[in-house]
Design a protein. Structure first.
Length: 357
């Protein structure tokens, strides 16, 4: 590798090799460190994020670079109460790592963390005077009744009722409600506020909505003007966007009503015996026999099936040109039953085969 360098005579920043070769600093952190180190005095009042924006270091890249600078002692932050009670975040940037004690010493030396005394404020509030004592009677000797009232506090019984143990489904609903602050700071809820909405959230879970889906529905599509009351906004959204109940739950009341009517009628009315069809003598051929007739039948199923096969055999014999009466006589001579359809069909088939030959 060839190396060629010309030392600048103006507009340069001295950088330590410990910074350039630091193993725990990314390139964005090193560039930001060198950039801020070479700033003129009239630009040091800007926040570190503004300098990062000028360098094109934004979003997650800036957060990672700043985190590395803070962890390794190059950047220190401190919140102080400024004029008129306003809080201010002070940033200390150093080109060498500083501990918290070293950073505090630098702040004290620069008088950055010293609050203004009352005498230098405008308008002035005057110098502190001596404490005035006396002029008041002891509590036991104070005449009259004390009109001051302490702030009302809820009784301990109410506190115990509000913080009772929850079921597993209610615990999941409360966890979803308390986690909404991670999605948007406007939806931050306290424990008691979340307990007021647990009942509505549990109803969502009972209707088949998962915890993640419930969180997405509650935290998406917030008003453009912001949320004034997180409790009121979430209660309205839980009530108005409540999903439909499953079909089984919708039919449960109707099913319970039918069961109640059936139970009432079963107690009032006597039991009805099952219907038994009557015995009827079959009108078909052969020996006399009976069967249980349904819908006014006069022939048993076996006789109906035999008659159907006989009709089919007659049509088949007619197609083959066979006389079933002659075949029946031959069957009688052979000792067969002339009334059986199987015998008649076998005889017809045999005769048809002889005729074809």
């Amino acid at each position: 590798m060839l190396w060629h360098a010309i030392a600048p005579v103006r507009r340069y920043t001295k950088a330590s090799h410990d910074v350039v070769r630091h193993p725990r600093l990314c390139s964005d952190a090193k560039i930001l460190l060198l950039y801020v180190q070479g700033l003129p005095d009239d630009q040091t009042h800007l926040a570190l994020s503004e300098h990062g924006r000028k360098l094109g270091i934004k979003g997650r890249a800036f957060q990672r670079a700043k985190e590395q600078l803070v962890v390794n002692g190059f950047v220190h932050e401190r919140r102080v109460s400024g004029a008129r009670g306003l809080w201010t975040t002070l940033q200390l940037f150093a080109n060498v790592p500083l501990s918290d004690d070293d950073a505090l010493a630098v702040w004290r030396e620069a008088a950055a963390c010293v609050e203004a005394s009352p005498s230098v404020q405008f308008p002035t509030v005057g110098d502190p005077g001596a404490r005035m004592v006396g002029g008041q009677l002891p509590v036991d000797e104070e005449p009259g009744k004390n009109s001051s009232r302490p702030p009302t506090e809820p009784p301990r019984e109410a506190v115990a009722v509000g913080l009772v143990e929850l079921s597993p489904q209610e615990v999941e609903a409360e966890r979803v409600l308390l986690s909404l602050r991670h999605s948007d700071r406007q939806l931050r809820l306290g424990v008691r506020e979340a307990r007021e909405l647990v009942g509505l959230a549990v109803e969502w879970l009972r209707r088949g909505v998962s915890g993640g889906e419930l969180r997405r529905v509650l935290s998406s599509g917030l008003p453009a003007k912001g949320v004034r009351s997180a409790v009121g906004f979430l209660r309205h959204r839980l009530e108005m966007k409540m999903p439909e109940a499953p079909v089984s739950e919708q039919r449960a009341p109707a099913r319970e009503a039918v069961e109640a009517v059936e139970e009432a009628t079963s107690h009032d009315a006597p039991a009805v015996p099952p219907y038994v069809p009557p015995l009827v003598t079959c009108e078909g051929p052969g020996n006399e026999h009976v069967f249980r007739a349904m819908d006014g039948q006069t022939v048993c199923p076996e006789c109906q099936q035999a008659a159907a096969w006989a009709r089919w055999a007659e049509r088949r014999a007619a197609d083959l040109g066979i006389d079933l009466a002659e075949d029946a006589a031959k069957a009688v001579e052979a000792g067969r039953d002339p009334d059986g359809w199987r015998s008649r069909l076998a005889a017809a088939a045999a005769a048809g085969g002889v005729a074809q030959q």
